[in-house]
Ligand binder design. Structure first.
Ligand code: FAD
Length: 261
């Protein structure tokens, strides 16, 4: 769809669309594209075209309706947007992909960023071989989605010291109880990466909690003024049981290194 039709949808009912359209800024303002390898530059150009011509015109309606454009996930995956963190490409390329996503729709860029850095990246860096095998290929194809569940109703900026969701070991299982707030994509994700405090040693650990586990529930947060496509939710964890194999084995060292303990 040409951008002119997108602009027309901004106008109020009964009014004529603007006769003259401002050109869309299509320049390398910071002169960083030239630092990319030629192959990466060509690929980024393709991603920009896809995001501007396919995603941006459609996203406006989804933004207005607070809905998620599920049908775009397959095409986004075909452009590699589901597994950027698994690639061998440069950090500059990865960063510019996020910039391009934000130019198309800031809430979709939040999804792509969280999906890659906080879900794919965390499992890749901190997960077990079994967790990587089970989730990474599907996440890269966007046939699976995860949510990053750290913030709580009573703890935002102070989460490092205040995290109050608990995890208690019972045999080969963990029992997780607590609440999370503002969690992006939680209403539609296959699992949430839940950060909880071990009641035995007080350490913060991370668990893959599948959305169909008994005791796990979400409620969508509506009427946001920003990131309206992103489906943020309140999560309730009511004695949710997960096996020890769902705990991210590398998260303990990660939490310590980042002073989350
Ligand atoms: C759209 C959206 C998406 C989100 N997605 C996720 C997600 O996917 N996963 C997730 O875990 N979380 C998510 N969050 C939560 C986000 O990380 C928190 O909102 C953030 O950490 C701030 O916490 P808070 O909202 O409790 O605000 P608060 O921590 O209560 O802060 C409120 C205000 O007080 C200020 N403030 C706080 N502490 C101090 C201090 N000590 N000194 C001075 N000023 C201070 C802050 O700067 C801010 O202006 C999301 C939030 C939003 C709005």
């Amino acid at each position: 769809m040409p951008l002119s039709e997108t602009h027309a949808s901004f106008t109020e009912a009964g009014r004529e669309p603007c006769a003259k359209e401002l050109p869309f800024p299509d320049v390398d303002l910071m002169h960083v594209w030239q630092l990319l390898e030629p192959g990466e530059r060509t690929r980024l150009r393709g991603i920009r075209t896809f995001l501007q011509e396919r995603v941006r015109p459609e996203s406006l309606g989804y933004w207005n309706r607070e809905e998620f454009p599920h049908h775009l996930l397959g095409e986004m995956a075909a452009h590699g947007l589901g597994g950027i963190e698994l690639e061998d490409s440069s950090e500059l390329f990865k960063g510019l992909v996020y910039v391009e996503a934000a130019r198309a729709d800031v809430s979709l860029s939040a999804l792509i960023g969280i999906h890659n850095e906080l879900i794919v990246g965390m499992i890749q860096e901190l997960g077990s071989v079994e967790q990587k095998t089970r989730w990474l290929p599907a996440l890269a194809r966007f046939t699976a989605l995860g949510a990053f569940a750290l913030t709580e109703p009573g703890h935002g900026s102070d989460i490092a010291g205040g995290l109050s969701t608990t995890a208690t070991r019972e045999g080969d299982e963990w029992v997780i109880s607590g609440a999370k707030r503002w969690i992006g994509a939680a209403t539609m994700a296959d699992f949430s990466l839940v950060w909880a405090r071990d009641t035995t040693d007080n350490e913060i650990k991370a668990f893959i909690v599948e959305s169909d586990r008994p005791g796990f529930s979400t409620i969508k947060i509506s009427n946001k003024i920003g990131l309206r496509i992103m489906q943020n939710a309140d999560i309730k964890l009511d004695s949710v049981r997960v096996p020890e194999s769902n705990r991210l084995p590398g998260a303990r060292n990660f939490a310590a290194a980042n002073e989350l303990l």
